[in-house]
Design a protein around this ligand. Structure first.
Ligand code: ATP
Length: 511
């Protein structure tokens, strides 16, 4: 069922011009995607919702737009050259490459599925009297499976943390994991594989290797002092940025969930040392509020605290959304300490300090980061909004219940027929409204069919022009969600649409 839903999301995204595979006419490029005519609008609106919530609604947050190319030493200092790796293993027969940790995690998943089957069976057997927690704690099969999962976890963690990758290969062999393509267990050694893409830049003394940024955050850190000084910023303050990031993800799957080229929306919040946990708590709560403000059901979100912290962090949490394939990270909130700025001080030999007038001393600020993937959030919206609605009498409709302020088109203007001068009247309305809104104009096909098409791309309001319009200057407006229709004067349209699709109203929900 969930797999079915996800397949529908992918095909809907293509059929209605939201997302296409990159270079599709050349049979596509794996894990790279293009946004179509509707996708680009939805993505832009989502970015705007994020940007305004950060920059416009916080007096102490400003934005930057740093270049994708950066000095190569940036990535040495940040730890990405040496440490931004995934453990890879190749199958010698199929020549396919896999992430060793993912192969192991998928193997563990089989035990989870087995447990779920036991639970479903027992639920049926015991009916209302079923106590799931007690069953899970006492059923011998489930206990055995959980112990196995934990043992594998511990061994995987040990192999990764110690860097003794042969232990991970031994684990794969011991578990009898076979290549899903060739079915063979003929594996190479496990090797670390860096996720950064590199390219060449000509310099006066020859060519030098540079990287395509794997995160936007470093563009903020290296500009920290520029912004602080020119903007006369006082702590605490934040710098926000949206932009492309690149990662050579080998196991790229699940549509726009894991891409090789994607867009991040990141904000680094600079604070006094010692105050980071207070701000970490603030951003953890505030960011979840941002998600829920989009009208997404509470039960679809959860926090996932990191047990194992990255070398630069002293606290980290993911905001996860329940996709059809399970709860997955959409955003990360990390307390990054003074790690990055200190590293850049060390590698540049320059001071990246803040002079605190009140304390009369200078120090390197601490940083709390919020980092969300724009594409992943786009997928949350599509997945959450796409509904097949039963209309009774064997009829149904496909409707994309996007938050109205983010929909690609805010309204559609539809003359019932082309003739009798209705097109002209409709175009007049279109020309008036398009200054303020993204309007869609269409005069072909039966009106019902046109409504369905607008439902499928999430247009909140349809405006229908008919013969009565010519007599009394009124039109029918139809609301996407309720399908309610009412007659209103043309002069009222601007006010009604403004209210329905207001970004201002959406942002107010955050105050
Ligand atoms: P994951 O564990 O899923 O690989 P991550 O922990 O590496 O993600 P971060 O480095 O914290 O991710 O990046 C911040 C955000 O950027 C993520 O929460 C996610 O929304 C997004 N993101 C990261 N990698 C990708 C990708 N390959 N494709 C699309 N979005 C991504």
């Amino acid at each position: 069922m969930s797999e079915e839903l996800f397949k529908n999301v992918i095909s809907h995204a293509k059929e209605y011009g939201f997302v296409f595979q990159s270079s599709e006419v050349y049979d596509g490029l794996a894990a790279v995607y293009d946004y179509g005519q509707n996708g680009v609008e939805l993505k832009k609106n989502l970015r705007e919702y994020w940007w305004k919530s950060m920059v416009q609604l916080h007096e102490n947050i400003v934005g930057v737009d740093a270049a994708i190319f950066m000095h190569p030493k940036v990535w040495k200092a940040s730890g990405h050259v040496d440490g931004f790796n995934d453990p890879m293993i190749d199958n010698k027969d199929s020549k396919k490459r896999y992430r060793a940790d993912v192969l192991i995690e998928e193997y563990q998943e089989k035990y989870r599925v087995k447990n779920q089957k036991e639970i479903t069976k027992a639920k049926k057997r015991f009916g209302d009297a079923f106590d799931e927690a007690q069953f899970v704690a006492t059923n011998p099969n489930i206990k055995r499976n959980n112990a196995k999962i934990e043992e594998i976890d511990a061994r995987l963690k040990e192999g990764l943390e110690s860097g003794e990758l042969h232990k991970i290969k031994e684990l794969i062999e011991e578990l009898g994991i076979a290549c899903p393509v060739s079915g063979s267990k003929n594996w190479t050694e496990v090797r670390q594989f860096n996720l950064m893409y590199s390219t060449q830049m000509s310099a006066t003394d020859g060519e030098s290797q540079i990287y395509l940024r794997p995160e936007t955050a470093q563009g903020i850190f290296v500009n920290y002092l520029n912004v602080q000084k020119t903007g006369r910023m006082r702590l605490p303050f934040g710098i926000a940025q949206t932009g492309k990031a690149f990662r050579n993800e080998i196991v790229a799957r699940q549509f726009i969930m894991r891409m090789k080229e994607f867009e991040q929306m990141e904000m680094q919040f600079f604070v006094q040392p010692g105050e980071e946990m207070k701000w970490y708590a603030y951003w953890k709560e505030h960011r979840l509020k941002w998600h829920k403000n989009l009208g997404i059901d509470d039960s679809k979100y959860r926090y996932h605290d990191h047990v194992k912290l990255a070398h630069y962090a002293n606290a980290a949490v993911d905001i996860e959304y329940e996709f059809p394939f399970g709860f997955k990270e959409v955003e990360g909130i990390h307390s990054r300490t003074d790690f990055d700025l200190k590293q850049h001080e060390e590698y540049t030999g320059k001071k990246l300090r803040y002079f605190d007038n009140e304390r009369n001393e200078s120090y390197v600020p601490y940083v709390v980061e919020t980092s969300i993937g724009l594409d992943r959030m786009f997928l949350v919206l599509l997945t959450n909004s796409l509904q097949e609605e039963d209309l009774g009498d064997g009829k149904s409709r496909t409707v994309l219940r996007l938050p109205a302020a983010l929909a690609p088109n805010q309204c559609a203007i539809l003359p019932v027929v082309k003739k009798d001068g209705l097109s002209e009247v409709a175009r007049e309305i279109y020309n008036k409204l398009r200054i303020d809104f993204n309007c869609f104009y269409e005069e072909k096909d039966a009106i019902g069919k046109r409504y369905r098409r607008q439902d499928a791309i999430g247009t909140p309001i349809c405006i229908t022009v008919d013969h009565q319009t010519k007599e009394d200057n009124t039109v029918t407006i139809r609301f996407r969600d309720s399908m309610e229709q009412k007659r209103v004067a043309i002069d009222e349209l601007e006010g009604i649409i403004s209210k329905e699709v207001s970004m201002k109203a959406l942002l107010k929900g955050l105050l």
